[in-house]
Design a protein around this ligand. Structure first.
Ligand SMILES: Cc1cn([C@H]2C[C@H](O)[C@@H](COP(=O)(O)OP(=O)(O)OP(=O)(O)O)O2)c(=O)[nH]c1=O
Length: 198
């Protein structure tokens, strides 16, 4: 079965490979993510993931393909944080996250011949308190700029995180366990692929 990952994110590519899916195409969705949207974070990431999947379905024009798309945001006290616009924005985001718990939402859409599935998964993340110097040093690593909430749990960001509740991979950009079950619904058996039996 042809599988298309509708994402430019290297993290999502790596996670899909780690799920046992090695043979897939990558098509970057051509949508405007930055439209004003007054939605709660779970509905927001589901809407954007759905739009990315639909855009790539149109671009690929193959009704037999299974298309996977996702979107990740950070929610803190009712505010939604996407990727920082610049270093000052990253500083403001990390200062707001320091010493607090926040939620990471990833929306995932799987569209294929068997139908469309769209879900969102939430993971809670607790940051330790941070000094201004620590925040500046973390920004100087270059890690925050292309990531929702201005940190990467899979990198030096781990040094800032006391604990999480929920799927770790959801924070990186794909809720691996949940997506595995969605792909099974769509006719893709990840464990069989990993075992070389499919
Ligand atoms: C919170 C967090 C986010 N991120 C990343 C995941 C996403 O790639 C990114 C959020 O931006 P997204 O808009 O979800 O994804 P993207 O623009 O990188 O890729 P595409 O739209 O083509 O799928 O932040 C981490 O890598 N680690 C983290 O700890």
């Amino acid at each position: 079965m042809k599988i298309i990952l509708a994402s430019q994110s290297p993290r999502r590519r790596e996670l899909l490979e780690r799920m046992g899916v090695r043979d897939f195409q990558v098509v970057t969705p051509d949508i405007d993510e930055h439209m004003e949207r007054d939605l709660p974070p779970d509905a927001l990431v589901e809407a954007i993931a759905g739009e990315k999947a639909v855009a790539v379905c149109r671009q690929a024009d193959d009704p037999q393909a299974v298309v996977i798309a996702a979107d990740t945001v950070v929610a803190l006290d009712g505010a939604v944080l996407g990727k920082p616009a610049d270093q000052a924005d990253a500083f403001a985001m990390l200062s707001a996250l320091a010493g607090k718990r926040h939620q990471v939402y990833t929306g995932v859409a799987v569209v294929g011949p068997k139908g469309t599935q769209v879900v969102s998964e939430r993971t809670e993340v607790a940051f330790r308190p941070l000094t201004e110097g620590e925040i500046r040093a973390y920004i100087a690593t270059g890690e925050p700029m292309d990531k929702a909430g201005a940190y990467g749990i899979q990198g030096y960001g781990a040094l800032l995180i006391e604990g999480i509740r929920g799927d770790y991979y959801n924070v990186m950009g794909l809720p691996v366990c949940r997506l595995g079950r969605m792909l099974a619904e769509a006719g893709v058996d990840c464990l069989a692929l990993a075992a070389g039996r499919s």
